[in-house]
Design a protein around this ligand. Structure first.
Ligand SMILES: [Fe+2]
Ligand SMILES: [Fe+2]
Length: 347
């Protein structure tokens, strides 16, 4: 365990270069010139993040509002639980990303982290926006409290929160690198049973406005996962003492545990009570997603037997967003400039 502490980024440093000397504990003048940054992937990522810009206000909820009473009781229940979960995750994520930004000694990565934090704020707003058009204020408030009482939810959320808190308490390079892995679990795995639920509703022409927002959130999260994956790999490169077999094994082990929690949650919200999604397939989809994230982080996959996405229809959303289908007709997409760099085909 490395207990060396992390330095906070200085507000400015006359004697340091504009392009930093390291992601953590490096030197940086803290001046941001996108044409003089340490990593060549940083600016394209910034452009993609801005190209994804959206706000919930653009999405008209009137059809969803009409359909809401027609959903089955199980669908409504799962819908509310998932929104309650997402609201917790995105709230915590806003703050974690802001805290982590203070210890990145690279002005361009700190800038990307601030854009990421802002996007988490928009995600959170979308949950209030969705609920305020479907349920009364009292019920909305209750849904935002679910995370405090639902045991399955609590177990999952604690898993992440403990990893984040260790970083906040210890501020060591080791706790930092571990928290980055928890981040990729949060943004790259813990949303996915929920995403599948909404996409399944949408392919049955239900709650399409809500799913449109979920689709935008999903797209943002893919960029966030890529940002944290870059940070993970570059930090290991720059700090050989962190680039250990134990840390690589930590990735695989953490994703294995996280998959169990996500599958449990999937049983809780989807089980075999939602038309169109079989629990076996959802389980494999979660394992498939965990494998993808481990590969991205350069670690062995936890489920070598799972090589294909069993929920093929989720792939269809790529085409939807490329304008090949008019599945989502909620808003004009002319400024949604999806490019290959933003990892959309990872969906
Ligand atoms: Fe988010
Ligand atoms: Fe995110």
């Amino acid at each position: 365990m490395n207990h060396q502490s992390l330095q906070e980024r200085k507000l400015y440093d006359l004697h340091a270069p504009n392009a930093s000397t390291g992601i953590i504990n490096g030197e940086s003048s803290n001046v941001l010139n996108w044409d003089d940054v340490r990593f060549k992937w940083a600016y394209p990522m910034y452009k993609n993040m801005l190209a994804n810009f959206w706000t919930p206000f653009e999405i008209n909820m009137s059809n969803d509002r009409k359909q809401w009473p027609e959903l089955t009781a199980e669908e409504q229940e799962s819908f509310k639980k998932i929104i309650g979960l997402l609201a917790f995750l995105d709230s915590v994520q806003t703050d974690y990303s802001a805290k982590v930004a203070d210890y990145l000694t690279d002005s361009s990565l700190a800038a990307l982290m601030q854009v990421l934090s802002f996007q988490e704020v928009v995600h959170n707003q979308s949950y209030s926006y969705i609920l305020s058009s479907l349920v009364d204020k009292q019920e909305q408030d209750e849904i935002f409290e679910y995370w405090k009482h639902d045991d399955v939810l609590k177990e999952r959320n604690n898993f992440i929160a403990e990893g984040y808190e260790r970083f906040v308490d210890e501020k060591s390079p080791q706790a930092f690198i571990e928290s980055v892995v928890y981040d990729v679990v949060l943004e790259g795995l813990f949303f996915y049973a929920g995403f599948a639920f909404f996409y399944n509703l949408a392919r049955n022409q239900k709650m399409v406005s809500t799913s449109t927002m979920i689709n935008y959130i999903n797209r943002d999260e893919l960029l966030h996962v890529n940002l944290f994956a870059h940070i993970f790999k570059e930090t290991l490169n720059e700090n050989p003492e962190l680039n250990t077999e134990e840390n690589i094994q930590f990735v695989t082990d953490t994703f294995k545990q996280a998959t169990e929690l996500e599958v449990n949650w999937g049983r809780h919200i989807i089980g075999n009570k939602i038309d169109g999604i079989h629990m076996d397939e959802l389980e494999e989809y979660i394992q498939y997603t965990a494998n993808k994230r481990c590969k991205l982080l350069g670690a062995p996959v936890p489920f070598p037997g799972v090589t294909e996405n069993p929920l093929k229809w989720i792939k269809a959303y790529k085409e939807v967003d490329e304008g090949k289908s008019d599945f989502f007709e909620q808003k004009s997409r002319q400024y949604t400039k999806v490019s290959d760099d933003n990892g959309f085909d990872e969906l």
